[in-house]
Design a protein around this ligand. Structure first.
Ligand code: NAD
Ligand code: TYD
Length: 335
């Protein structure tokens, strides 16, 4: 099988490429990525010599390039996106362009050549929950609250519409917060590991009692594989972690303890506007229909993740050169 992976130089996409080349060594992968601030070919340095791996630099909004790439593959796995909520609050333009228009261009190409299309999405399209609400599932109405979530929700609806209107063979996954190697250090876990390593404060938004459901990136990617192999065309599958709902402040304390630091590093800062209170995922459809469930225990996965960042400090430092500094100053300046 020939796969076109969009956004394969990002966090989840690069882990997916590692996973896929290991699990399906006979398949050919084209990684199509614009290399925005979040794209990093260093995350793929151990696969560059694999004859079944190829990289093409480009924009998913570039119709001609997209059509020529899509024509030559069997399957598109669409990861490429602007993915950081805080950046979508500062400026949502790139989110609408890449997440909505880029997805539409890919869908048009998939329609032209009738290709299988798997769309990687987020649980944030469902909005947020109170402490006693039932978890999100595939039937939860869409109610996105951040510009990021709204752009992903729009892309999901386009993907669904191409199934209904054009019979395009699509599937969608809506997954909770991922953690693991190669995550850009603007997201909570790698940011806090990196700050602790540099003896910098940990900016905890608001009261720190917002709850996230964390899934190891390998479990997510195995879930995408299960959907590609066994998922029903036209269907959506929710993916989430195993007993891994945790308030941000508790997660922060776990990271502090894993890094042998103390709680004086915690700094409560102004809350994120429109901050979603709680995410929680019911992944029973994926278990029932595909036989998928997350395997990585959160405590073990978190410990290994901390070790990975500490052992790959060069990778972190390279991410933090350039544009990162300007973003950090803007996002975390004192008001
Ligand atoms: P990321 O920001 O780490 O990577 C995104 C990648 O897309 C980068 O390599 C970037 O260069 C590339 N890209 C951006 N704009 C592009 C364009 N116009 N053309 C081509 N490439 C472009 O994101 P991630 O965390 O790996 O997320 C991947 C996907 O998974 C996204 O669709 C995201 O919405 C979804 N998702 C993420 C999470 C999470 O916790 N990170 C959870 C659920 C779903
Ligand atoms: P993040 O990793 O940005 O993922 P998302 O917003 O998609 O859930 O943030 C995870 C949680 O951590 C979220 O509730 C916001 C919070 N957070 C902080 O408290 N401080 C920070 O500096 C960051 C980046 C996030």
């Amino acid at each position: 099988m020939k796969l076109l992976i969009t956004g394969g130089a990002g966090f989840i996409g690069s882990n997916f490429i590692h996973y896929w080349l290991k699990t399906h060594p006979e398949d050919e992968i084209t990684n199509f990525d614009l290399l925005t601030y979040a794209g990093n070919l260093e995350s793929l340095k151990d696969v560059v010599d694999n004859p079944n791996y190829k990289f093409v630099k480009g924009d998913i909004c570039d119709r001609d390039l997209v059509f020529s790439l899509v024509s030559g593959v069997d399957l598109i796995v669409h990861f490429a996106a602007e993915s950081h909520v805080d950046r979508s609050i500062l400026d949502s333009s790139a989110f609408v362009r890449t997440n909505v228009l880029g997805t539409q261009v890919l869908l048009e190409a998939a329609r032209e050549y009738n290709k299988r299309f798997h769309h990687v999405s987020t649980d944030e399209v469902y909005g947020h929950l109170g402490p006693d609400d039932l978890s999100f599932n595939e039937n939860t109405p869409y109610a996105p609250r951040s510009p990021y979530a709204a752009s992903k929700a729009s892309s999901d609806l386009l993907v669904r519409a191409y199934y209904t209107t054009h019979n395009l063979p699509i599937t969608i996954s809506n997954c909770s917060n991922n953690y693991g190697p190669y995550q850009f250090p603007e997201k909570l876990i790698p940011l806090f590991i990196s700050n602790l390593k540099e003896n910098k404060k940990l900016p905890v938004y608001g009261d720190g009692l917002q709850v996230r459901d964390w899934i190891h990136v390998d479990d997510h990617n195995r879930g995408v594989d299960f959907i590609i192999q066994k998922g029903k065309i036209g269907e959506t599958y929710c993916l989430g972690g195993k007993n891994s709902e945790i308030p941000n402040i508790e997660l922060t304390k776990k990271l502090i303890s894993l890094m042998n630091k103390d709680e004086s590093f915690i700094e409560y800062v102004k809350d994120r506007p429109g901050h979603d209170r709680r995410y929680s995922i019911d992944y029973s459809k994926a278990t029932r229909e595909l036989g998928w469930e997350p395997l990585v225990d959160f405590e073990t996965g978190l410990k290994q993740t901390v070790e990975w960042y500490l052992n790959n400090w060069d990778w972190v430092e390279h991410c933090k050169s350039g544009e990162y500094q300007a973003y950090y100053q803007k996002q975390y300046r004192k008001n």
